[in-house]
Ligand binder design. Structure first.
Ligand SMILES: *Cc1c(COP(=O)(O)O)cnc(C)c1O
Ligand code: SF4
Length: 412
């Protein structure tokens, strides 16, 4: 029997016109800042200094602000600060109340609605921190939080308890203690720098941190999680890329949710990173009325490949307090996965995960392709819903003399 997702995903009517509009690469433009010089506009520090952080600025730039947004902007400073770079603000369509860009960065009154199952630390990070700012949940890798600042703030941020310091969390990472922990734990072979956004640091500060991590012999692999290529592509300077390339193997995971975020400016920034030999992945969060739609997601993952970025994860939105209006259902997420696998390039298909509430880590969730399985056969279905049988192989016969046979228990 086919799952509900299978039948719905398969029946999604292809709409080539909509797909090609979503896939077009366009510049973000400069509609509100036409008089700013190119030198200023392309200077990432200018962009940061001129972020939209106050209700008055929002109202001036966007007379179509709704009462819910106005109330949200007033309350934002007590929850998660509002900040939007001028560059990214240009992607908002002021005439569309449901603009997918707008919903991600403009606060709304609904953020004050909280349900009993929502949390300030939905992934239980604080309880898995051996030293402040270091989350050691998995056996061989750590999450290294370097700052509480971002170029802009996402209204569904899973780390809004500390990011932007609006709730007074007062996050002060102590690099010496964090690095010392890693140095004393030889099992840590992978360090993921995140925050906040590590690429907000100056080149010098980031270089200092990366050199200290590279000096630890058992640290094999470094990666940086950053939304800066999307919020502030001006930050991806040739100098930054030249500095980063000294630390290979170094991967960068970007965070893009909608094809409109992939502008010509972003594509150029991602090319600079890729040309520095940095493998790029993308993490998306599944968000209601933003990207909870097969056509949008398909355009997004295909466009990511054109930017030399491999879609890595789609996250089910964490149970962050006040995020109900942005959370899409797992049912929807499964339909989207169903509409990707087989329908487009395998490289474009990310893994859909739920970060288990309370701190269980990322758990993959997938449409059901194995319909039944016993010791003789596996019954599977393909992306079109056709059913196939695969006669199970026996693991009991050793291939080579002296190699012990595999047992059922080897697989659990
Ligand atoms: C997501 C995450 C990682 C990295 O997980 P990968 O599946 O290896 O990308 C590491 N530590 C923590 C705490 C995380 O949340
Ligand atoms: S960029 Fe990342 S850390 Fe910063 S607000 Fe957005 S989701 Fe949170």
């Amino acid at each position: 029997m086919l799952t509900e997702e299978a039948s719905q995903g398969g029946e999604e009517p292809p709409d080539p016109a909509r797909l090609s509009a979503l896939k077009a690469f366009q510049s973000a433009g400069r509609k509100f800042w036409a008089n700013v010089t190119d030198a200023d506009w392309n200077d990432w520090r200018w962009q940061l200094k001129h972020r939209i952080t106050r209700l008055e600025q929002l109202e001036r730039l966007m007379p179509t602000l709704t009462p819910e947004e106005r109330a949200g902007a007033v309350l934002a400073d007590t929850k998660l600060a509002m900040a939007i770079t001028p560059y990214f603000f240009n992607l908002i369509d002021p005439s569309d109340e449901n603009c997918p860009i707008r919903r991600q960065v403009i606060p709304r009154l609904e953020e004050t609605d909280t349900a009993p199952w929502e949390m300030t630390d939905p992934c239980g990070e604080d309880s898995h921190s051996p030293v402040p700012g270091l989350v050691h949940r998995y056996p061989d890798r750590v999450l290294f939080l370097v700052t509480d600042r971002c170029a802009a703030y996402c209204r569904y941020c899973t780390r809004s308890r500390l990011v932007s310091n609006a709730t007074g969390y007062d996050f002060h990472p102590e690099f010496d203690r964090q690095i010392d922990y890693i140095a004393r734990h030889p099992e840590v072979r992978d360090v993921l720098l995140s925050g906040g956004d590590p690429l907000l640091f100056s080149d010098e500060k980031l270089e200092y941190l990366l050199s200290r991590l590279r000096a630890i012999p058992h640290v094999e692999f470094l990666r940086i999680g950053s939304r800066i290529p999307i919020f502030l592509p001006q930050r991806i300077t040739p100098e930054l890329c030249a500095m980063l390339r000294q630390f290979h193997p170094l991967f960068v995971s970007i965070h893009s949710n909608h094809p409109r975020e992939l502008t010509t400016e972003v594509r150029a920034a991602l090319e600079r990173l890729a040309d520095a030999g940095i493998p790029l992945g993308n993490q998306s969060v599944l968000l209601r009325h933003v990207n909870d739609d097969v056509t949008v997601m398909r355009a997004h993952v295909q466009k990511l490949l054109m930017c030399r970025v491999r879609p890595y994860y789609i996250y089910q939105c964490d149970l962050i307090a006040g995020s109900a209006h942005l959370r899409a259902s797992v049912r929807r997420g499964l339909q989207i996965m169903e509409g990707l696998r087989g329908h487009t390039t395998g490289y474009a298909v990310p893994t859909y995960v739920i970060d288990a509430p309370g701190g269980g880590g990322k758990v993959p969730v997938s449409p059901e392709y194995v319909l039944s399985r016993n010791k003789d056969r596996v019954v599977i279905r393909n992306f079109e819903g056709r059913i196939f049988e695969y006669p199970e192989a026996t693991d009991g016969t050793p291939l080579f003399k002296g190699v012990p046979p595999l047992n059922e228990s080897d697989f659990v």
